[in-house]
Design a protein around this ligand. Structure first.
Ligand SMILES: Cc1cc2nc3c(=O)[nH]c(=O)nc-3n(C[C@H](O)[C@H](O)[C@H](O)COP(=O)(O)O)c2cc1C
Length: 168
């Protein structure tokens, strides 16, 4: 049995919906791959030691990954050094209109962690317009679309299938 870990933070539910869709996709391989979904605040070294691959999910906040996901990296970096092999990973981001800042930071951390990117990042933007911002300044009530949930489902399935086939 291989193990896929999904670590995410979500403040207003959008990233959480992506995480759930990714987990559903991953569980299409449930006979060969066990999927564990953990809030970044609750995740720790034990989860990394358990994992054969990791999916990271975060909203983009102020051009960064969320503080809670950064905290997970901060807490586990030294503890994981020398104890985990290079783990295959991918990311999914929920963002009002950008998302690239969060991706860049995670990819930079991944280079030193060690993590190896095995799928392109999924950025689910809600296309917030200025008009929408006037009633919803942080874009947090803009819903994740079905198409984005489908993409997250595919991302989870891709990671799990890669583990199941032993391609990572
Ligand atoms: C404090 C804060 C800062 C944000 N900064 C950005 C940003 O820099 N770029 C962006 O595209 N969206 C930004 N957003 C919008 C969120 O990324 C977006 O609403 C996302 O879907 C929230 O995900 P969540 O529901 O999982 O918390 C911000 C939202 C908040 C609350």
């Amino acid at each position: 049995m291989k193990h896929l870990l999904i670590v995410f933070h979500s403040q207003s539910g959008n990233t959480e919906r992506l995480a759930q869709a990714a987990a559903e996709g991953a569980r299409t391989e449930r006979e060969l791959v066990e999927t564990r979904v953990v809030l970044a605040a609750d995740a720790g070294l034990g989860d990394l030691l358990w994992a054969d691959a990791v999916l990271f999910g975060t909203p983009e906040n102020f051009g960064f990954m969320s503080g809670m996901l950064k905290d997970f990296f901060d807490r586990t970096y030294y503890a994981a050094r020398g104890r985990i092999r290079t783990l295959p990973y991918a990311v999914f981001i929920s963002a009002g209109n950008d998302g690239t800042g969060a991706v860049r930071q995670i990819e930079r951390i991944a280079r030193g962690y060690p993590l190896r990117k095995v799928a392109e990042p999924l950025i689910a933007t809600s296309g917030v317009t200025e008009e929408m911002r006037s009633v919803d300044p942080d874009g947090s009530r803009v819903p994740t679309t079905d198409a984005q949930l489908m993409q997250a489902h595919e991302l989870g399935q891709t990671l799990a299938a890669g583990l199941a086939c032993g391609v990572f």
